[in-house]
Ligand binder design. Structure first.
Ligand SMILES: *Cc1c(COP(=O)(O)O)cnc(C)c1O
Length: 437
């Protein structure tokens, strides 16, 4: 992880403005309007490279797969492909967009706890490499569909290892009580493996486990590795089949607040790879190919959101609300997970921070608060307010509540800014409307 919450190219320029990728954020706000997502290209590429480097060079065969749901766009898929990562999708829509970007289907992995028949057909038709199967219903459905395509589809089985990592309960996915995957308790996962091996149009390559998201402490991963490797040994004992792939999922946490101390990509790699090798030796298994699926750790800190301060309301003795021109329509995380953000005034970066304020959005909800108790220089109408680390699970969760058009996303590098997702217009908002008369 970078040492700051900001993107790696961020600095304060001579005008006392925040600058990212050589672009003055106040100028970006003027040129492209607000709210605006600004993504640092160098940061994105550097995170991709760090993952590839951390997971290669050793004796273990590996594959780094970008979890596109964290931030997907055609340009982002192209960047990820250029950097040599594979791609996770979790819906037909993400798959469609990825293929539109030119991403090779042979490097796309398909997830989801309720993939529809149409989504599975699209994946089969386009030749997605692995479909990660989540349930019995899906096993039987996919076997049937693959047959109708005259195909033998490679699959992984998603297993819930029964682990609760230290993170928000809404982003824990590996515990027993989960809608995802096959549980290890009561022999359910082993039965699923046997069933998968018996289905003639499916080729079971290995096991997938994703324990959650925004995880700081790596012992949950070490534990998951032990559990899954023991499971591979059990599969070998009971069926005689040695499964060759262990996909350890994503979830590595990032810095949202200055005080956050996530583990690094390199530490994450060493816990996973070291653990797999050690357990393989202990259990007398060949070392499987190891896959990881980072999302947030690649895009989170690469992005910031720029807003314009529109109104300031001081309630004496209570609090001061400053309202910006976006809110829950471009960042759901504070409302979904009580997520906390650092905020700056991008036009007055070095001014003395004197005021504790609440940063509210413009939506018709009391809960539409982006940051509670932010410490800022005394704010003024027209200031460019920035929230940091909004690159992951921000734009992708954007919505049109109150018929708010979704923001634009610009990619900045070396002093130039390109729009990679255009701002929605009012015309876009009525494009799908079908009038009564
Ligand atoms: C969401 C998800 C990821 C990525 O999680 P991050 O916390 O963004 O790294 C990886 N794998 C699966 C199956 C997921 O659902």
């Amino acid at each position: 992880m970078s040492h700051t919450v900001l993107p790696i190219t961020a600095k304060v320029n001579g005008k006392n403005h925040l600058e990212i990728g050589g672009c003055d954020c106040v100028d970006l706000a003027k040129e492209f309007g607000t709210p605006l997502f600004v993504m640092d290209e160098e940061h994105l590429r550097s995170q991709c490279r760090r993952f590839i480097r951390a997971f290669s060079g050793g004796p273990v065969r590996t594959e780094v797969i970008y979890a596109s749901k964290a931030f997907i766009s055609v340009a982002m898929c192209q960047l990820v492909n250029e950097e040599g990562l594979s791609l996770d999708v979790s819906s037909g829509g993400e798959l469609y967009l990825a293929l539109e970007s030119g991403f090779p289907a042979a490097k796309v992995f398909m997830h989801g706890n309720n993939k529809t028949p149409d989504e599975l057909k699209l994946a089969l038709e386009k030749g997605v490499v692995h479909i990660v199967v989540d349930s019995y219903d899906e096993l039987f459905l996919l076997n049937k569909l693959a047959g109708s395509f005259g195909k033998r589809q490679k699959i992984l089985l998603r297993i819930t290892p029964g682990i609760k990592p230290d993170t928000h309960s809404y982003v824990q996915t590996g515990q027993v009580d989960s809608k995802f995957g096959f549980g290890l308790q009561d022999g359910i996962a082993l039965e699923a493996v046997k069933t998968a091996l018996s289905l003639s149009n499916l080729e079971l390559d290995g096991i997938h486990a994703h324990i959650g998201s925004q995880i700081f402490v790596l012992h949950s991963y070490a534990k998951a590795v032990e559990i899954i490797m023991s499971f591979l040994a059990q599969v070998k004992d009971e069926t005689g089949v040695t499964l060759g792939v262990f996909n350890a999922g994503g979830g590595l946490g990032i810095k949202y607040k200055v005080a956050d101390e996530p583990s690094t990509i390199e530490e994450f790699a060493s816990v996973i790879l070291g653990g797999v090798e050690r357990e393989a030796t202990r259990l007398g298994l060949p070392v499987p190919k190891v896959m990881v699926e980072p999302g947030r750790a690649i895009v989170g800190n690469a992005g910031v959101t720029l807003y314009t301060v529109g109104t300031i309301k001081e309630i004496p003795g209570v609090r001061t609300y400053i309202s910006v021109d976006g809110g829950m329509s471009d960042n759901m995380r504070p409302m979904l997970y009580d997520a906390v953000y650092e905020a700056y005034l991008a036009n007055r970066m070095r001014d003395k921070k004197t005021d504790i304020v609440t940063i509210a959005g413009k939506h018709c909800e009391t809960g539409d608060v982006l940051v509670k108790d932010a410490l800022l220089p005394a704010p003024a109408v027209g200031d460019v307010l920035t929230t940091l680390a909004t690159g992951a699970y921000g734009y992708v969760m954007a919505n049109n509540y109150n018929k708010q058009p979704r923001p634009a996303v610009v990619l900045v590098e070396d002093g130039s800014a390109r729009v990679i997702i255009a701002r929605e217009s009012y015309e876009d908002l009525v494009r799908l409307e079908r009038p009564l008369r």
